[in-house]
Write a protein that binds this ligand. Sequence first.
Ligand SMILES: [Zn+2]
Length: 217
Amino acid sequence: MTAINHHLDEVILLDYHRGRLNAGQSLLVETHLEMCPHCRTSLRLFDAIGASMLEDIVPVDMADDALELALARIERPEEAPEPRVAPELPAYLKGIDLPESVRAAAFKPRYWGAPGVWMAHLDAPKDGRGLTYLMHVKGGMQMPVHDHQGLEMTLVLTGCFSDDRGAYHPGDCVSCDEGDHHSPLIAADDCLCLIAANAPIAPKTLLGKLLQPFARI
Ligand SMILES: [Zn+2]
């Protein structure tokens, strides 16, 4: 894999650390972390800073039986957690070299959003206007120009695409926000990305507008 040049935004990483991201955003962050030692180090730094802040907290008076109660809670036998069974990989993902986080996630059946483009949404409860999906685009295609109406994170899993800001390879994470617009160009090989968006995109071309209902993004 080529070196990762585009990393997670520090604010996103901090929100992940604090448990503030939705299921789709967390999956994208975990997948990038699996691929990127640089961001894993940043996350460890947040952990260390958080731990040291806990150590610096000024002690407060507690009830006489507080320790007893806490110990009783720890010693209470917990019900064994349900063993987590990874969902079977859908046929459309078999044979693709995927990070473990993506393999362990559940995706709905894929559908064709446009000629040469298929998508598969994450099988997770709906969270406001948020959308999380895999997008697979045939090599050499150019996506229609579109605006963004909220934060959208795109993580390249296979292949490569570029826009006016640079080229993105496996492991790279690209963030677009409200007001950004671009027209990604896919390199020669097919490209598979994981996308977590806070809001649907806004196509700028007639073709894009015509295709949006089929694309469901
Ligand atoms: Zn990174």
